[in-house]
Design a protein around this ligand. Sequence first.
Ligand code: NAD
Length: 247
Amino acid sequence: MENSEMLDRVALITGAGRGIGRAIALELARNGADVFLVARTEAQLLAVAEEVRALGRKAEIIVADVSHAEDVANAVDVAIKTYGHVDILVNNAGITRDTLLVRMKDDDWNMVIDTNLRSAFLFSRACAKSMMKRRFGRIINISSVVGLTGNAGQCNYAASKAGIIGLTKALARELASRGITANAVAPGFIATEMTENLAADSALMNKIPIGVPGTVQDVANAVRFLASDRSGYITGQVLNVDGGMAM
Ligand code: NAD
């Protein structure tokens, strides 16, 4: 194991089957955390759990749709029954349903808001009690540069990611006295399956001062810091991991 700074911490990570969520799960495990992995695809969750166990940490999985309130309540219940507590919550699951405003269906709006924003509220509410009891908690919500800048064709997604920032700041104020911090990470253009059709877009690359897409590890590194004991005096912040895109 690389580091034991999160030894005995339990981290619940949503959307942990692939991409950024998988990288976060592995990074927290490398630093000593046991993990509870939530996503929709069992085969992916099982594979990530195996990778975590190979690092010497515990991993449990649950197949759940974070846009369903019952699934969220059940997932947190099982996590607490399994480990006794949740110390670190990473609200990472997210989807896009991009289209221009006039073509956007109610369903496109509702699906994205429920998956990206409402789920973060539901998981935070469900985990807060366990964190309060132990007077320690780290809530890390994955936003996006688009939540700061807006983006044509992404009314639903931008609103969900801006909403995540408001939620984070309200949680930070409400939970600070209980030893719980809440911060958001706002990735820019990170190379994952979600963005694979954008990689060849040179106009997009020109908007990134650092000039290349970020990696899932870049995001996981930021989450690891915000999840650690070392970030205890940082709350209500948005940490951009975007190569300078949204400064
Ligand atoms: P991805 O599509 O590769 O992975 C998303 C994960 O979320 C998958 O494991 C999927 O199963 C899970 N998920 C989606 N909907 C779910 C649901 N209803 N219930 C349970 N799980 C669900 O995406 P990614 O690129 O790794 O993105 C992760 C997060 O980072 C998202 O919130 C995304 O908005 C955000 N983000 C990504 C980028 C980027 O460039 N990739 C940029 C900014 C923000």
